[in-house]
Design a protein around this ligand. Structure first.
Ligand SMILES: [Zn+2]
Ligand SMILES: [Zn+2]
Ligand SMILES: [Zn+2]
Ligand SMILES: [Zn+2]
Length: 237
């Protein structure tokens, strides 16, 4: 424990952006007694297979903004693996290997964990029911999975009319005749009104288009870890 490091804030921000909204820059200053105490408690929790407790201790540690002991990413990766948060586990394991290379105290354990992660990570990759991080997709609540939905017309912003482009909305066209005199004509396109019925919704103010909540995919990520088994299969058990 002679070597301490700070995980780059950007990386942490990336990893924790989904679970954490608090800023990571907490109090600054040496508070190593607290860190040691937390690490001991986390290790004890892992020892008795209480991974939920270890998880919250590690998250407190990260939140504290204190320098993290170099073994922390490995122990956290192991904890996350046990909690089936495989994607996040892989992130911390890679961080550990990146920081310690072949010299880490847990090099062997880290290699083993890497192998244990292979299967679950492959399952996540092949599963259509979850996102890249292994979280179950939920049916989009806006379109109810239909991908398309009747929404306010985006083109006219639900006004039903758009400005006439030929006359720039003035209703009048100007021409300069051979005597260099400016003549005014009523715009033929909009019949002098300066506006046209919206070509997209034809004045109905509504359009059927890709659902904007789910970007037309019909599904949204959730907080629920995926077991890679389809709903129907669950019900018929
Ligand atoms: Zn949708
Ligand atoms: Zn016009
Ligand atoms: Zn419209
Ligand atoms: Zn899945």
């Amino acid at each position: 424990m002679s070597f301490k490091f700070h995980l780059p804030l950007l990386l942490l921000g990336f990893i924790f952006s989904l679970t954490y909204s608090q800023p990571l820059l907490g109090q600054i200053g040496p508070n190593l007694g607290q860190t040691d105490h937390w690490m001991k408690s986390a290790k004890a929790a892992i020892e008795r297979s209480d991974y939920e407790t270890a998880n919250s201790i590690f998250r407190n540690l990260i939140d504290s903004g204190q320098p993290l002991p170099e073994e922390m990413p490995y122990l956290f990766a192991e904890t996350l693996f046990q909690l089936k948060q495989y994607d996040n586990s892989a992130n911390f394991l890679n961080k550990y290997l990146e920081l310690t290379g072949f010299t880490g105290d847990y090099y062997k354990g880290a290699q083993e964990l890497q192998q244990r992660l292979d299967g679950p990570l492959k399952e996540i990759k092949e599963c259509q029911l979850c996102d890249r991080r292994g979280y179950r997709y939920k049916t989009c609540f806006t379109c109810e999975g239909k991908r398309q939905i009747e929404q306010d017309c985006n083109y006219c912003k639900a006004k039903g009319v758009v400005g006439c482009s030929r006359c720039n909305g003035s209703g009048m066209i100007t021409k300069v005749n051979i005597f260099k005199i400016v003549e005014y004509f009523e715009c033929e396109r909009c019949a002098g009104k300066g506006r046209l019925t919206c070509p997209v919704c034809e004045g109905s103010l509504k359009e059927v288009s890709s659902c904007r909540t789910c970007s037309g995919s019909g599904k949204l990520s959730s907080e629920e870890l995926c077991d890679h088994v389809a709903e129907e299969a669950h019900e018929h058990k």
